[in-house]
Design a protein around this ligand. Structure first.
Ligand SMILES: [Zn+2]
Length: 479
């Protein structure tokens, strides 16, 4: 039997506000434990939450950028559960009346555009963090750090319209790019400011009804999301093929072992006893404010891509890749500013630059070659100082050392030999040393031409200007 996966994703994105969602404490990451707290975010009796206006504004930005419907009236609700990192015994979230619903994100899947629906976007507060110390002599200790308590999050829930692990990854990248273009989230998956849970079920191909789903947690990178979904598809397929049933449960991804394992079943699922938070009045949004925010939205990945196609005439694939992140798009345009040949610049970024970054698992922001330096290198190819082939080695050295092209070329003597007299001498030497081949060539074995070019390149350690070498060879060989 052939099955089709049905995947939905739940994203928690931390908003880049300076202060927490219901108090004035700082949201800084990495502070001394419990220094960024106050009676409100530690849930002391008698305190009252006050909603941070910027949190609402950032959420509206996300909602508008993903074509959501904005609720003129929404409400905060208490999600009740007990856990040591949750001082109030409940989390303030939104439940029945979220701020935004019915949006969508467009992704490229197998060369086609696909629309992934968003069910809702709502605001909530983050919980604290438990630190487990297993080294202590008296057995294991756990500590609690409330610095993260009350840091603002948005939860973005997609419709179950994602059909493969690859699509899930593409959707995540697109959504992350949108939030980063909006300057409302730093997108850092390792530090947990962009987290993803997934639910996945299988159904026989062509069938409309949904199968029983498993919920997956603990995936902290794009690669792990894809790996966990791949594993789940294999696990559920094996169960269904054996005539067994998939159980509805929450499963944890173990990246080291490459498997998911059951965390809790349906019967152990929490009953959160949601109810409207009596400390917070319903949130009424002025439509004029929404329009003002809409008018100030920055250029988003889709429109940037359209503009790159229109202004620079590069292929759609290039435009798609270059607009996957705001810093990458910025790098491209900065390079174009100094070397205005769109396709050449895009080729260099997409092949050489992104390859080096991928090898080091670095982001473009950490690239040791500034855009201006890449432009300088391209100019040196253009004016004939170095060949395109040598330029690749120069680029690798620039990436490794952070030095500029000019400096590397001087130090290594990689300057292209474009001196006609010098080249003529080398060509003469090559022909003299290969008399047999010269005879054969002159008798009609023309494919030997490539051999002579190769010999000239070898003699000059790849530095001969290829066009000049070709011309001189043709002249000397009498063709
Ligand atoms: Zn506080």
């Amino acid at each position: 039997m052939e099955y089709e996966p049905v995947i939905g994703l739940e994203i928690h994105a931390q908003l880049l506000t300076q202060s927490k969602i219901f108090c004035a404490c700082s949201t800084l990451f990495g502070g001394e434990p419990n220094t960024l707290t106050c009676p409100v975010c530690t849930g002391l009796p008698g305190t009252l939450p006050v909603l941070n206006r910027t949190v609402v504004e950032y959420t509206l930005r996300a909602a508008l950028a993903t074509h959501c419907r904005i609720a003129s009236l929404s409400q905060f609700a208490r999600k009740n559960y007990f856990y040591p990192d949750l001082p109030k015994g409940y989390q303030i979230s939104q439940y029945e009346l979220p701020l935004a619903t019915d949006g969508h994100v467009i992704i490229q899947s197998e060369g086609e555009q696909k629309r992934i629906g968003l069910i809702r976007i709502h605001m909530e507060e983050d919980a604290g963090k438990l630190v487990h110390d297993l080294s202590s002599e008296r057995g294991s200790h756990s500590y609690v750090d409330f610095n993260r308590t009350g840091v603002p999050l948005i939860e973005i829930v997609s419709a179950p319209e994602i059909s493969s692990p690859e699509e899930a990854s593409t959707y995540l990248r697109k959504l992350r790019a949108i939030l980063m273009f909006l300057d409302i989230c730093d997108g850092n998956m390792e530090e947990g400011s962009f987290r993803c849970d997934a639910n996945i079920s299988l159904r026989p191909k062509g069938v409309r009804t949904l199968g029983v789903k498993a919920e997956l947690k603990n995936m902290n990178s794009f690669r792990n999301v894809q790996r966990a979904l791949d594993f789940e598809i294999r696990r559920q397929t094996a169960l269904l093929d054996q005539g067994e049933k998939v159980t509805q449960e929450t499963r944890l991804w173990d990246a080291a072992k490459g498997i998911t394992s059951s965390m809790r079943g349906k019967e152990e699922a929490h009953d959160y006893r949601y109810f409207p938070d009596p400390d917070l009045v319903p949130l009424v949004i002025d439509p004029r404010w929404v329009e003002e925010i809409r008018s100030r939205l920055p250029e988003l990945p889709e429109s940037k891509k359209e503009r790159f196609l229109r202004e620079y005439g590069i292929p759609e694939y290039d435009a798609e890749v270059l607009t996957t992140s705001k810093p990458l798009a910025k790098y491209y345009e900065a390079c174009l500013h100094d070397y205005p040949k769109p396709k050449i610049v895009s080729n260099w970024i997409m092949s050489e630059l992104l390859r080096e970054l991928k090898k080091d698992e670095r982001e473009i922001e950490e690239c040791p070659v500034p855009a201006g330096h890449l432009a300088e290198l391209l100019t040196l190819i253009e004016d004939g100082t170095i060949s395109g082939k040598i330029a690749k080695s120069v680029f690798e050295e620039m990436y490794r050392s952070g030095k500029r092209a000019e400096e590397i070329i001087q130090a290594t003597g990689w300057v292209q030999v474009s001196d006609a007299t010098a080249l003529e001498k080398i060509v003469a030497e090559v022909l003299a040393a290969n008399g047999k081949e010269v005879d054969a060539y002159r008798k009609g074995k023309e494919k030997l031409f490539g051999f002579f070019v190769g010999q000239v390149m070898k003699a000059t350690h790849g530095k001969a200007n290829p066009q000049m070498a070709n011309e001189i060879l043709k002249k000397k060989l009498g063709k």
